[in-house]
Design a protein around this ligand. Structure first.
Ligand code: DUC
Ligand code: ZN
Length: 458
């Protein structure tokens, strides 16, 4: 089966150009102007932007977070992802403390295999460090896992500076890369004690006990550990200028540091925690928390100037009933926001249409950079011959409004409820199949494949 997408504007990380795209089977065969119409199916994409399928390298599907399991599993989460133009996710496999990495990997394959609508890979969480875990690392690479994650917070997952140092040295030897959740757990605990002693239990305390300086402290500490271990690292879900300054300092010292931010930090702010209606406020609880509005422009500027390499979602969804578990104690609100379905349209609307970033930059941070950083390039992340035919056809004309009720994610609210979208996703092609047309998911069955990933090439 050959399909020709005619007259669209093809977007890459280096710019845009008018060209036709010929799909043969699951792959792209040609990208150039004036391809003859001799295909089984010809689609007129005049006026539309053609992006490579978006990659979301930060999702949490079917994860237990403080006693609650995320509302989205691989089936519902990846269905929502695909509808939103995301044709590849990289989720965080997570062994329980005391389990082996292999146990974690097996558990994640059980959750994902046969249940995922888009292609998928796993990062591996390292929440213990010992000789046995070290010994498992080469096998993880053989299983296609080249990126890892460690936490400076959450008792169930956090590791010490010493363990992080040893893990980074091992990953340097193997050519792996590690992402870090950076917040200072000890001081956050102290501040929680203070809030509770003062009788404060509402979501406002969530923001007050996790200030930007405690994120910046952990980022700075991590960067010094990485300097000692001489290993590149990724900082995930970076939220603020102080933390970004630490990164810039490390780069000036010659360190290789990659930064991810998320739509929620670019578009929402902490005022939502301070509203009177605590149930509404609880919807936005995530870690790190949303920040002061002034930080948004710093993050957009960071994207424009190439200081931030990726925008992923940290999709970690809970229903309103699950969020209500913390109604008398903010520390019991399961942390995380949905977002896997709305990232592409929000980044187009507030980034490209809002003139904060170019279409090429959007392609870098949603497609090309995550593909390179996480070893998926050039099969994913770029529209060119030989790549998988994962294509988002974005029509800049018209628009619509985001409503949770219209979404496919298994969650009964959206942090972006009522946001007006500029234009919209007209079609999503997933390995040569027309999977989404004008908001409707056409796939009945999950056809996503597990991706064996290579090493960082960014
Ligand atoms: N932050 C969240 O809010 N939820 C899950 C993981 C994370 O880092
Ligand atoms: Zn996360």
């Amino acid at each position: 089966m050959r399909t020709l997408l005619k007259n669209g504007v093809v977007v890459s990380g280096s710019g845009t150009r008018k060209a036709d795209v010929l799909i043969a089977g699951e792959q792209i065969e040609a990208v150039r102007p004036g391809i003859p119409d001799a295909a089984d199916r010809v689609i007129d994409a005049e006026g539309c932007l053609l992006f490579p399928g978006f990659i979301d390298a930060h999702t949490h599907f079917d994860l237990d977070v403080s006693g609650a399991t995320t509302a989205d599993n691989f089936f519902t989460g990846s269905r929502a992802a695909l509808r939103g133009g995301t044709t590849t996710v990289v989720d965080f496999a997570c062994p329980n403390k005391g389990q082996s990495l292999h146990d974690g990997l097996r558990a994640w394959h059980r959750k994902a295999d046969g249940n995922t609508f888009c292609d998928y890979g796993f990062h591996m969480t390292i929440d213990d460090w010992n000789a046995s875990i070290r010994g498992e690392l080469p096998a993880m690479f053989a299983e296609g896992i080249t990126s890892f994650k460690m936490y400076f917070t959450y008792p169930a997952m956090m590791t010490s500076d010493k363990e992080i140092y040893f893990a980074l040295k091992a990953l340097k030897e193997l050519g792996g890369i590690c992402g870090f959740h950076c917040e200072n757990a000890g001081v956050i605990d102290a501040m929680i004690e203070e809030e509770k002693a003062a009788g404060h239990r509402s979501p406002a305390s969530h923001a007050r006990t996790r200030p930007p300086c405690l994120e910046a402290e952990a980022v700075g500490r991590l960067l010094r550990i990485a300097q000692a271990a001489d290993c590149p690292i990724v900082i995930v879900h970076l939220t603020n200028g102080e933390a970004l300054s630490e990164v810039e300092r490390a780069r000036r010292r010659g360190q290789r540091v990659y930064v991810e931010t998320c739509p929620q930090y670019l578009l929402l702010d902490e005022s939502v925690y301070f509203q009177e209606n605590e149930a509404l406020a609880a919807r936005y609880v995530c870690a790190p928390p949303l920040r002061d509005r002034s930080q948004q422009e710093i993050l957009w500027r960071g994207l424009r100037r190439g200081k931030i390499q990726t925008v992923c979602t940290d999709h970690c969804s809970f229903t309103l009933a699950q969020k209500a578990r913390g109604k008398d104690d903010f520390t019991k609100i399961p942390g995380g926001l949905p977002g896997v379905e709305t990232r592409g349209e929000l980044m187009y609307t507030f980034g490209v249409a809002g003139k904060r970033i170019s279409a090429a930059k959007m392609c870098q941070v949603l497609c090309e950079n995550p593909a390179k950083l996480y070893g998926l390039y050039p099969k994913k992340g770029r529209l060119r011959p030989g790549a998988d035919a994962d294509i988002v056809v974005y029509d800049p004309a018209g628009g619509h409004t985001i409503h949770a009720a219209d979404g496919l994610a298994n969650v009964d609210y959206s942090p972006y409820e009522g946001f007006a979208v500029s234009g919209g996703i007209r079609q999503v092609w997933f390995r040569g199949r027309l999977s989404v047309e004008r908001g409707e998911l056409l796939e009945q069955k999950p056809l996503g494949r597990y991706l064996i990933r290579g090493r960082n090439a960014l």
